[in-house]
Design a protein around this ligand. Structure first.
Ligand code: GUN
Length: 283
């Protein structure tokens, strides 16, 4: 194996220590960062994510509020709660865990959140701000990838980057963030004709397709930087990414593992966004 491993767990730990220090300074001035999390239904993965988000808040010295609703909840009840949290000056971040049950209009729920408390960065106003390169909240997973590239000393400007996946949560914002930093960006997806050909030309590959071991070493340019956003569970129960780690690590210069790569960065950036919101509110 020749690639250097970019340790997301260690980077996340470092960033969280700084967030906790900044939170303590803000608390000393009378403002405690507060994140409100809304969970509807009983999807086991969502419950785990929400538990980890609340635990992350506690560890960083933040206040957290958790509101849970049954899977058959009336959407209006959730919209009323969002309105109440929007109006509460002690709440700096509001997050609705996705996916929502089918009776919900997900876009309408996200749009109900005050964009200045939308720490997930999913509100159309924040998506527009990101696209225009303005201050706002940026989606946590791609934002975490950028942080990892920075810590890893990866030059983005002038590089050919390929993003595999075009979701609103990862692929699209990832492409915009790389573009803003001067990369030449190609977004590949399920309809792309020669995906391997695109990947082979890339200096930076971001895999966010949700298919186990989709990117293999023979598809990579020697020395490429490979960031694996995928978290897939194999029938054996084992977690694996979108990149076949062993073969990719033979060819890449830098690679993220799964688990322990991008995963730990997502909640870290959520805490960062919540802190930022609290700092803005305290000004
Ligand atoms: N579901 C999967 N990822 C996310 C995320 O980053 N935020 C929210 N709110 N829901 C999700």
């Amino acid at each position: 194996m020749s690639a250097r491993i970019l340790d997301g767990k260690a980077i996340a730990e470092q960033v969280r220590e700084q967030i906790a220090r900044d939170a303590a300074a803000l608390i000393a001035q009378g403002t405690q960062p507060c994140l409100a999390v809304i969970l509807v239904g009983n999807d086991p993965a969502s419950s785990v994510y929400v538990r980890n988000k609340v635990a992350g808040c506690e560890k960083a010295g933040f206040r957290s509020l958790k509101f849970e609703y049954a899977a058959d909840a009336e959407p209006q009840v959730v919209l009323d709660k969002i309105a109440e949290l929007n109006a509460d000056a002690s709440v700096h971040g509001i997050l609705v865990q996705l996916p929502l049950p089918p009776q919900f209009d997900e876009d309408a729920v996200l749009e109900a959140i005050d964009p200045d408390k939308d720490v997930d960065g999913f509100h159309a106003v924040n998506v527009g701000r990101l696209l225009q390169g303005r201050e706002g909240f940026y989606p946590c997973t791609p934002w975490g990838v950028i942080k990892m590239l920075e810590v890893g000393g990866v030059e983005i400007q002038g590089k050919d980057a390929v993003v595999i996946g075009r979701s609103n949560i990862v692929g699209k914002p990832m492409a915009v963030m790389l573009l803003a930093r001067g990369a030449t960006v190609t977004v590949c997806h399920s309809k792309t004709k020669d995906l391997a050909g695109h990947v082979r030309r890339a200096d930076i590959v971001i895999a966010a397709v949700g298919r186990p071991n989709f990117v293999t070493g023979d598809m990579l340019k020697p020395g490429a930087v490979v960031i694996d956003v995928g978290i897939n569970r194999l029938p054996s129960g084992k977690l694996c990414g979108d990149v076949e780690f062993a073969s990719a690590a033979e060819v890449a210069s830098l690679i993220t593992p799964v688990p322990g790569g991008v995963g730990p960065m997502t909640i870290t950036m959520l805490l960062g966004n919540t802190l930022l919101s609290a700092q803005r509110a305290a000004k």
